[in-house]
Design a protein around this ligand. Structure first.
Ligand code: DX5
Ligand code: ZN
Length: 236
């Protein structure tokens, strides 16, 4: 189970210190939310900021591009030290194949994200091209929102496709992930959990990360996601 704290929930004036805290907490990835004020109604930070964080830690930089024109940002984020670049399926089929190929050809991991109102079927043609499928569990743009439970069947579907097709992508969830929803996501098949508000607000981040991982791994072991899907297929 990969735990990826989101820097969006940190004090923006203390990014370097918070990055250090995250890297010392036992977390696996650092999730970096890039918002352009166009694809989403908010602006966060760009490659220059990420570049200043790279010397602070060796942790995996999981860069989530909520941006209408990711093509202008791929090289700058590679240079800033990103390890994975995730783009959104809502950008449209035409752009996707080439964007994902570009990310891979730069030697980075490629992620594909799907928003709550978007059909999971749109990611299907790209499953063999990606390292991570990011199922958004809130509408992107802001931290601290409530988990949207209607997204759980998408996680089950992503897990079923992976099982049946022999794919190797990770299934990541992002938005409203706390100890309870982390367990539900893991039970449905998620293996990578992004969490901002629920983790960074804790006095001991190490204890919070360890607890979330333990609860999620326990829930994943139950593996009822598979059973639910098989018992009651959902229309997506
Ligand atoms: C939402 C971002 C998330 C956000 C999650 O637009 O993509 O990564 O940081 O924050 P929480 O865990 O607070 O919902
Ligand atoms: Zn994110």
């Amino acid at each position: 189970m990969i735990i990826a704290p989101s820097l969006l929930a940190a004090n923006f004036g203390r990014f370097a210190k918070e990055t250090e805290r995250i890297s010392r907490s036992g977390a696996d990835w650092l999730h970096l939310d890039i918002m352009d004020g166009n694809f989403v109604p908010n602006i966060s930070f760009g490659p220059q900021v990420v570049k200043t964080l790279r010397p602070v830690t060796r942790i995996f930089f999981d860069v989530h591009l909520m941006c209408a024109k990711p093509e202008i940002l791929l090289a700058p984020f590679k240079e800033a030290g990103a390890n994975q670049l995730t783009i959104h399926v809502e950008l449209g089929e035409q752009a996707l194949t080439q964007l994902l190929w570009k990310v891979k050809s730069m030697g980075l991991k490629a992620g594909l994200a799907v928003n709550p109102p978007t059909s999971i079927s749109l990611v299907r043609p790209h499953l063999d091209q990606i390292d991570t499928l990011l199922v958004m569990t809130v509408n992107p743009g802001f931290g601290g929102q409530s988990f949207i439970y209607e997204t759980l069947p998408k996680i089950q579907q992503a897990a079923a496709w992976r099982r049946e097709g022999g794919f190797g992508y990770r299934i990541e969830v992002d938005g409203g992930v706390n100890n309870q929803t982390a367990a539900e996501c893991a039970r449905a098949g998620a293996d990578t959990l992004v969490s901002g508000t629920a983790l960074l607000g804790k006095r001991s981040l190490r204890a919070a990360v360890t607890k979330m991982r333990r609860l999620a791994e326990k829930a994943a072991a139950n593996n009822s996601g598979q059973m639910v899907l098989e018992a009651a297929p959902v229309t997506l």
